[in-house]
Design a binder for this molecule. Structure first.
Ligand code: NAP
Length: 284
């Protein structure tokens, strides 16, 4: 029996990973959900999954939670700024508990990107490399849902506003990244690997066309400069912190850094990724 542990198991990606594992034949008693809030994990426990409580900030709890685990999926946390220390706690606890392989969710082109979110992922990849534990790095592109959750705004304004220069984006459905993580957990061995994971690329003009077709409401992609993007996003008095990050993300996309020709997503999933048209139709 191989014991697989998933951190962040009550998050959006973690829930999809656990569901995919169980649906594709892994026995519930082989799955450990590591969560910071067990109250959110009641449905996982009801399915027979072992739920263990550990916060990324609590090395002792992490060490106990990872006891007997062979392979671990470390889902990156959401506390930007605190993540290197948090992820280091998980990696060191896994090493001390004798975990044989760690799979980690990083970001696409982490070592060659100006995306403002890459630094903590690269630092975590370095901690993994120094840990001595075999590991798989899943450099995930954007979730397509980062865009489809903004559908109401796109439909209300009739436009997608960006500073991406309409460059291609290899986003993929969150469920596809979950399926790839399951594939990586199942195929994890003694060797360490890094995969660039992205879906069929689309531009935001193509996204606008897919939304127009699926809803009957015309939506267009309007390309602006980074300064215009920030000015527009802050015209209602909104704080500039997020708009500035968004502008840097868009310029990174414009530089081709959220694009990959890699077929690793499909290979790890074992089937073709969902297209943006399908994700839009599902969201509508
Ligand atoms: P999510 O729904 O926010 O899930 C994050 C998970 O991390 C949650 O389960 C959360 O626990 C857990 N977590 C956060 N801080 C923790 C801590 N201190 N100790 C223990 N657990 C902690 O995000 P997601 O959609 O599943 O995505 C997974 C990760 O991918 C994110 O955390 C982020 O690093 C990254 N991400 C990627 C993209 C992309 O487009 N590729 C977009 C957004 C985020 P709770 O359930 O208790 O909140």
């Amino acid at each position: 029996m191989t014991t697989l542990a998933i951190t962040g198991a009550t998050g959006a990606l973690g829930r999809l990973v656990v569901a995919d594992l169980l649906e594709s034949g892994t026995a519930p008693d082989e799955v450990v959900a590591v969560v910071r809030n067990p109250a959110k994990a009641a449905s996982l426990a009801e399915q027979g999954v072992t739920v263990r409580e550990a916060d990324y900030a609590d090395p002792a709890a992490l060490r106990t939670a990872l006891e007997g685990v062979e392979r671990l999926l470390l889902i990156s946390g959401d506390a930007v700024g605190a993540r290197v220390e948090q992820h280091t706690n998980v990696i060191e606890a896994a090493r001390d508990a004798g975990v044989a392989h760690i799979v980690y969710t990083s970001i696409l082109n982490a070592d060659a990107s100006s995306n403002p979110l890459v630094d903590e992922h690269i630092a975590t990849e370095k901690v993994l490399a120094a840990s001595g534990v075999a590991h798989t790095v899943l450099r995930n592109a954007w979730y397509s849902e980062n865009y489809t959750t903004q559908l109401p705004q796109y439909l209300a304004t009739g436009e997608i506003l960006s500073a991406t220069d309409d460059a291609p984006i290899s986003a993929a459905a969150r469920a596809d990244f979950a399926a790839a993580a399951v594939g990586a957990l199942r195929s994890a061995g003694a060797e360490s690997r890094t995969f660039e994971l992205g879906g069929p690329a689309f531009t935001l003009t193509e996204l606008a066309e897919a939304i127009t077709e699926a809803t009957g409401t015309t939506v267009v992609h309007r390309v602006v400069s980074a300064d215009e993007l920030v000015a527009t996003m802050t015209s209602d008095g909104q704080d500039a912190t997020w708009p500035n990050i968004q502008a840097r993300v868009d310029r990174s996309i414009a530089a081709g850094e959220m694009h990959t020709d890699s077929k690793a997503l499909e290979e790890l999933m074992g089937h073709a990724p969902t297209t943006i048209t399908e994700v839009v139709r599902a969201a509508v």
